[in-house]
Design a protein. Structure first.
Length: 248
């Protein structure tokens, strides 16, 4: 932690309480923090931890699985609960957690021939059915609701990532997807890659406006590819921590 000059300068400015919180984060970190200076700034303001729960489904019949995605698997829930318990014990304060279900991904990225309103209604139904067992202190929201709060559009993001400056991001994601074909996809894979990068870019930009001191709990792998995708349309890097084992 703090391997370069900018990181070390950020570390020298943090409060004693923030140092304690960083200690907890470092104990849980499975890789390396992303954007340590921005992470330090967030911890000294009013940070919100955020996460995305990746949905799954059958691309042949274009139907989602009846669950809330990877974040809500038993092991991830256990790690998350333990992490926030230790944060509270070391800082004497509660930190909000917002988990997003990306109800836009099937139509936008997987290119399913389904009306977005129908997909949103389906995800809302699954969420309501799960309210009884989701930890009460967690806020779980549909991504379409967050996105609608701003004037950013997916079409803007898609136009942005088609430029040459994003060729390397597209290439890295393409290499990953060639090794692990996504069975949820239909249609052209190269177009799906562009649409996926655009969705990450839009998520990063929206988070910067709606949750300016957000800290992302990364749930997607590989980190070397996925971590970079959120910053395409942001002014400052998104702080990211990795609490969960990096798995395909």
């Amino acid at each position: 932690m703090g391997n370069n000059k900018r990181d070390r300068q950020a570390m020298r400015k943090v409060s004693p309480t923030a140092v304690c919180i960083l200690g907890v984060l470092e104990a849980y970190e499975q890789g390396e923090f992303v954007a340590l200076p921005e992470l330090c700034i967030a911890l000294q303001t009013e940070p919100t931890f955020v996460a995305f729960s990746c949905l799954s489904g059958d691309g042949l019949v274009q139907e989602l699985d009846l669950n809330l995605g990877a974040f809500f698997k038993k092991r991830a829930i256990e790690i998350t609960r333990r992490f926030f318990t230790e944060l509270r014990a070391n800082s004497c304060r509660d930190f909000p957690l917002v988990v997003f279900l990306d109800d836009c991904e099937p139509c936008r990225v997987w290119q399913w021939n389904v009306f977005q309103d129908d997909m949103t209604a389906w995800c809302r139904m699954m969420l309501e059915d799960a309210r009884d067992w989701i930890p009460a202190e967690w806020s779980v929201r549909l991504w379409s609701e967050i996105e609608s709060e701003l004037s950013f559009s997916y079409e803007q993001a898609l136009f942005e990532v088609r430029g040459d400056s994003h060729a390397l991001l597209l290439y890295r994601l393409a290499e990953y997807m060639r090794r692990f074909p996504n069975k949820k996809l239909v249609g052209d894979v190269n177009e799906a890659i562009r649409r996926r990068v655009a969705q990450y870019a839009l998520q990063g930009a929206v988070l910067e406006k709606v949750f300016p001191h957000a800290i992302l709990l990364q749930t997607e792998a590989p980190w070397s590819v996925k971590d970079l995708l959120y910053d395409t349309m942001r002014q400052t890097p998104l702080p990211i921590v990795h609490l969960y084992p990096e798995r395909r």
